[in-house]
Design a protein around this ligand. Structure first.
Ligand code: ATP
Length: 218
């Protein structure tokens, strides 16, 4: 059965770091599909932000040409707060006892103890953590380190042998790009070549996204 790997994020906007990392993750397993799941953005977020519909559209544009890659707007559709644990519980129900993996960058990993019901995540999925450039600046909270200790495995293929419960760190090819840098680059009027897929860059230009501190997406 195909292994499902979920990569959540704000994707504001999706960039080549997301898609290339998703492809590299897919390559770690024999039969794997990656689902990109955009999250709701807290309304107080003070950077120029695309609407949920626009973030989803950009994800569709970036993923439609890539075999094995798709996106799912389940968190955007859910009423009220939308949590990763609920998304993974939904996928778990579909997957039976097959492996389910939630992947995240190191920057997201170190914030895990702030996530809703974070200590239950390994009850429904494996966690796969990707290094990111500047990795040494992400400090792992002691509470997280202690929780993860007995779940850690070195060999990523262990994640294919059981449904959930393991944590593995992987170092993939590094793509030194972030959505923050994309937004800043656009705001400064500089070129985003090599940071965005051409279809996504075209969509951003047509909708005049990320140009100033006004939100265009509300
Ligand atoms: P921002 O700069 O707005 O924080 P971001 O570029 O980190 O955004 P997110 O949507 O927050 O993008 O990322 C979704 C997930 O993808 C997170 O787990 C994040 O760590 C990971 N990720 C983002 N960019 C990269 C990259 N270049 N390489 C590997 N993982 C990445």
């Amino acid at each position: 059965m195909t292994l499902k790997l979920v990569l959540g994020g704000t994707f504001d906007p999706v960039h080549v770091g997301h898609v290339n990392s998703a492809c590299a993750l897919m390559g770690l397993f024999s039969d794997c599909q990656v689902v990109l799941v955009p999250s709701k953005i807290p309304p107080h977020r003070d950077t120029p932000s695309a609407s949920p519909e626009q973030r989803l559209k950009m994800l569709q544009l970036a993923s439609e040409e890539v075999l094995g890659l798709s996106c799912d707007d389940c968190e955007l559709r859910r009423e009220g707060s939308s949590f990763t644990i609920d998304t993974l519980a939904g996928y778990r129900a579909e997957a039976g006892d097959q492996p389910l993996i939630f992947a995240m960058g190191l920057d997201a990993w170190v914030t895990l103890p702030t996530w809703h019901n974070w200590e239950s995540l390994c009850d429904v999925a494996h966690l796969l953590i990707m290094e990111r450039p500047g990795g040494s600046s992400f400090e792992e909270p002691a509470q997280l380190k202690a929780w993860a200790a007995e779940k850690l495995v070195d060999d990523v293929s262990s994640l294919e042998t059981t449904g959930s419960g393991l944590i593995c760190h992987v170092t993939l090819q590094q793509f030194d790009v972030s959505a923050t840098r994309v937004r800043e680059t656009i705001k400064q009027g500089d070129s985003t070549e090599n940071m965005l897929h051409p279809e996504v860059a075209g969509y951003i230009a047509r909708h005049q996204l990320y140009l100033d501190n006004e939100s265009h997406g509300k």
